[in-house]
Design a protein around this ligand. Structure first.
Ligand code: GLP
Length: 244
């Protein structure tokens, strides 16, 4: 779906989330959201905060699982995704802190494997993700599933592509201090989400959007796997859709 700009697009995604939360509230069920970081979902989170503050939307029945976190990463570090989520969303709404899950970037390396299995088990215990929000990396990554990630890949520690590190290096004041690894939800759990919404804005995303949507499904462009999801939607502004 192509919108004239990212704000109207973000508002429509927020509306869908609001409806889902309310349906689940009426059913007295938790609403399981898969959340993303990066600049693309910022407008969505701002709109959700507005819906909470101005229209009383409650997030008390929401359980959130974030896609990824740099490794190693302290939660209170300026670039941590824990901090990003607190600043952009969690601190401004009534979601319960114990219901907000972000992969832990502080674990010793030998604990990561079992931690990742537990992260997936927790999602499964809640019945899976109702709605997964995604951005897209310039190389087609989703979460931190870089080119080459398999469709059945599990939640795991991954090496970041050079191009991903370059994109992140401004935040880390240079490439040498940019993390080389991250923990990411695997493609399999993303594909198991009941609904997936990938958001992309701007001309710089237009080539990879075309490859993801119109070209062959390939592990080189993990976002292309979404062609095989039965309830996935790309929400784009006109610039990101300009090569379609
Ligand atoms: C990071 C995140 C991704 C995100 C991507 C794109 O790599 N791990 O989840 O989709 O950035 O970021 P942006 O939305 O800023 O373009």
């Amino acid at each position: 779906v192509v919108y004239k700009d990212s704000s109207s697009a973000s508002r429509s995604v927020a509306k869908e989330i609001e409806n889902l939360i309310k349906v689940k509230q009426a059913q007295k069920q938790p609403c399981i959201l898969g959340l993303a970081t990066g600049s693309s979902p910022k407008g969505l989170y701002a709109e959700l905060v507005r819906l909470h503050k101005e229209e009383g939307l409650s997030f008390k029945n929401v359980i959130s699982f974030n896609l990824d976190e740099y490794y190693p990463m302290e939660p209170d570090s300026v670039n941590s995704y824990v901090r990003f989520m607190q600043e952009q969303l969690f601190n401004h709404i009534d979601i319960l802190p114990e219901n907000c899950f972000v992969p832990d970037g502080t674990l010793p390396k030998d604990k990561i494997r079992s931690y990742c299995d537990e992260y997936e088990a927790k999602i499964e215990a809640y019945g899976g993700i109702d709605l997964q929000i995604l951005g897209i990396g310039g190389n087609g990554h989703i979460g931190f599933n870089e080119s080459g990630s398999l469709q059945n890949s599990k939640t795991r520690l991954v090496a970041l592509d050079h191009i991903t590190r370059v994109a992140a290096s401004a935040d880390f004041s240079g490439l040498t201090s940019t993390p080389r690894t991250a923990i990411t939800l695997g493609v399999k759990k993303i594909m198991e989400a009941k609904r997936v919404i990938l958001m992309a804005w701007g001309e710089s995303k237009s080539n990879i959007i075309k490859e993801s949507v119109e070209d062959t499904v390939t592990s080189q462009v993990p976002a292309s796997y979404l062609q095989e999801h039965n309830n996935a939607m790309f929400i784009l502004d006109q610039a990101a859709a300009s090569k379609l």
